[in-house]
Design a protein around this ligand. Structure first.
Ligand SMILES: Cc1cc2nc3c(=O)[nH]c(=O)nc-3n(C[C@H](O)[C@H](O)[C@H](O)COP(=O)(O)OP(=O)(O)OC[C@H]3O[C@@H](n4cnc5c(N)ncnc54)[C@H](O)[C@@H]3O)c2cc1C
Length: 654
């Protein structure tokens, strides 16, 4: 069902309140959202929403705003939004943003997300926007060059049934490695990937196009109450195609904790885990030779050093990085420097005969005599049934448990223990341009606060390239003038990302129609760790020379030390907005643990050989298997687990 004209005009009233015409040079300042043509582009984003339910939610929200009872619920005034004066509209949105009612905050966040998205993304077919011009954001460096595609996925054009030794669901960090290892062992492998095949020739480096084409649910999805936005790859190669190339081996203490949590002896601390880790490091060419820090990271480095805090060079899976151009490779590396599974293990698998199908959405696992014997997938509406000696699930922690749940497999722990490494940020404004979108994606990190509880839980500091969509999501709204100032001032800003190793966990469930829902709230101890992270990140930015610091809360809290005030005052203002869902902005780049390894079928889903408890022939080889959050960026840990598990499976099947 589409959007009515009435819904669009309600949205226009909201948009013009969030992004009004204000004094300033250039259209991005001086034109209102309506004058910039944003409201009618709502149809485009609406069509991109992940499913009918999300579209229904937008329709319902706009119709609620268009009614007096809705006004009473959302902003405590029994008046339609459009009947309010401009000042009352701004008051209404402010009251929603910090409401004690979760759904009102969620509604505000949705409206701000839609308006902000449209403001900073070019309309279809265009390569710039007034906002980019005002920011000095250059956008892509021309179109991508023609690069041949070394893999030819198999096309499915009717109902199809195949047999294979192994069918692998998902082709990311886990699935890609599993495919390479199993195919090179001489097994007949089929890889089913829900996303499409995009290579260097397709990386347009327009943020909204990258999200649309290569991210799970076009990066427009999150937990049920929108408290945590979910970023994950969905393309051939999964997250490894769009990620930041940070390549940490699993730390020794984490390996010990995992063994202990899983009630294993020497699975994560054993020699085969170490051998697999080394094999992955070699295949991906992990190194620290391509790490010229960006301006963003020079500033973080300066702040950390001033304070005498830890800072170190990041290991990365790149070869011959172009360094300066690197900031755009989170939308895909155009020069093939990023050693994703797409250009490593999946090419290995393809060369040795694996069949790869893209656009293949796996519905469920099939069984015969309680043994997994294949999967059912849909490709462009055609049913594809694979019968196989072994089934490997590697659809990522947000979807692997959903496939298990749809199949009635996995036991009581399926979907539980979801870890997210929630990320929030403090932003620093600097007197000189930072161009936070450029340079090596992640060259440095700080582990100064990774162990806040004496048990290895705390926060890591990292930065990442910041293109216009991130600030539109992270930064809060107080009024149109200051929101525009923050967004359009991006060139002078840089965040310090606070990556939490979460002790608490959430859950993946499925709706009656089989689609997954994700549930997560920060625990008390995790909230305390985030608070400490916010304090320390603020100190780092100020030590680096920031003239103003800004929170990532629904109502932004800002502090310029030159104008007086104190750090404690700044932090207490942030606390008064809150660290809860839709009070502080949280993103998850690392989803883990929702089908975890362990000896006990009541509290885990797969055993030490990655086989699902009680279902021979069914394996999980992705981030879902982590017994606890990894603390470090998880790609190499996932690949190590996949390499170890796939090697054991290959030995068994050959
Ligand atoms: C922007 C960004 C930056 C990141 N940077 C880093 C970093 O620098 N270092 C690091 O260590 N980690 C990083 N990560 C995280 C890392 O990329 C992921 O943790 C990792 O890719 C997860 O591996 P996985 O195998 O579990 O799942 P994924 O790599 O997500 O692969 C799962 C695949 O399964 C497919 N799939 C899902 N459902 C189905 C289905 N029903 N049928 C068929 N296929 C399906 C998906 O389309 C996807 O391609 C980053 C993530 C993001 C989003």
């Amino acid at each position: 069902m589409g959007l009515s004209e009435r819904a669009v005009s309600t949205f226009a009233a909201v948009c013009d309140t969030l992004l009004p015409a204000v004094a300033g040079k250039g259209e991005a300042w001086s034109k209102s959202a309506t004058e910039l043509g944003l409201p009618e582009r709502l149809h485009d984003v609406y069509d991109l929403l992940p499913n009918d339910r999300a579209r229904r939610d937008v329709r319902q929200l706009l119709s609620l705003l268009d009614s007096a009872p809705g006004g009473l619920v959302l902003y405590r005034k029994p008046r339609k939004f459009t009947s309010l004066s401009p000042m009352q509209r701004a008051d209404a949105l402010r009251s929603m943003s910090t409401s004690s009612l979760g759904p009102a905050r969620q509604a505000f966040k949705a409206l701000k997300l839609l308006a902000g998205y449209l403001y900073v993304t070019p309309p279809d077919g265009s390569r710039t926007t007034p906002a980019w011009t005002a920011m000095g954001y250059p956008g892509p460096d021309g179109p991508p060059a023609e690069v041949p595609k070394p893999i030819t996925p198999t096309t499915i054009s009717g109902e199809t049934e195949w047999t294979a030794d192994v069918v692998i669901v998902g082709s990311g960090a886990g699935g890609g490695v599993a495919a390479g290892v199993l195919a090179e062992a001489g097994l007949d492998v089929v890889v089913l990937e829900k996303g499409q095949y995009h290579n260097e020739a397709d990386f347009t480096h327009v943020e909204s196009e990258a999200y649309r084409d290569m991210y799970l649910d076009r990066a427009l999805h999150g937990t049920v109450d929108s408290g945590f936005a979910m970023l994950a790859g969905s393309t051939l190669g999964g997250g490894t195609v769009i990620n930041y190339t940070t390549s940490f081996a699993t730390p020794e203490e984490v390996r010990q904790q995992w063994d202990s949590e899983a009630r294993f002896r020497g699975v994560f601390t054993g020699d085969d885990f170490e051998r697999s880790s080394q094999a992955v490091h070699e295949r991906l060419g992990v190194n620290t030779d391509n790490n010229a820090p960006s301006r963003r990271e020079e500033l973080m480095d300066k702040g950390l050093r001033e304070l005498g805090w830890h800072v170190e060079t990041m290991p990365r899976n790149v070869a011959g990085c172009a360094l300066a151009a690197c900031g755009y490779c989170t939308m895909g590396c155009r020069i093939g420097s990023k050693q994703s599974t797409l250009i490593t293990y999946l090419e290995d698998a393809y060369r040795t005969g694996a069949r790869i199908v893209v656009g293949a959405d796996v519905e469920r696992v099939t069984k015969g005599n309680d043994i997994a014997n294949g999967v059912v997938a849909y490709v462009n509406g055609h049913r594809l049934q694979i019968r196989a000696r072994a089934v490997v699930l590697a659809a990522g922690s947000l979807n692997t448990p959903a496939i298990l749940l749809r199949s009635g497999l996995g036991g009581p722990a399926t979907g539980r223990n979801l870890r997210l490494h929630p990320v929030t940020a403090v932003w620093g404004r600097f007197p000189e341009p930072v161009e936070p979108w450029t340079g090596v994606m992640q060259a440095l990190f700080s582990d100064q606060f990774v162990n806040l509880d004496g048990e290895g839980f705390g926060v890591k500091f990292e930065t990442a390239p910041v293109h216009p969509l991130f600030p539109s999501l992270f930064l809060g709204w107080q009024d149109g003038q200051s929101f525009k100032q923050d967004l359009l001032g991006l060139n002078y800003m840089t965040p310090i990302g606070i990556v939490l190793r979460d002790r608490g966990s959430g859950r993946v469930k499925t709706r009656r129609n089989g689609l997954p829902t994700w549930h997560y709230r920060l625990s008390k101890v995790d909230t305390d760790h985030v608070k400490e992270g916010v304090r320390r990140a603020t100190e780092t930015l100020l030590a680096a020379g920031a003239v103003e610091v800004i929170s990532s809360t629904s109502r932004p809290v800002r502090w310029s030390p030159a104008l007086g005030g104190s750090l404690d005052g700044f932090l207490s203002d942030i606390s008064s907005v809150g660290y809860g869902n839709n009070q502080t902005t949280y993103l998850s780049f690392h989803q883990m643990g929702s089908a975890r390894m362990g000896a006990n079928p009541a509290t885990s889903v797969v055993d030490e050989e990655n086989q699902v408890h009680g279902t021979p022939g069914l394996y999980v080889l992705d981030a879902s298997t982590f017994p606890l959050a990894s603390g470090v960026n998880p790609m190499i840990s996932i690949q190590t687990i996949a390499h170890r598990g796939a090697s054991a499976l290959a030995a068994q099947l050959t």
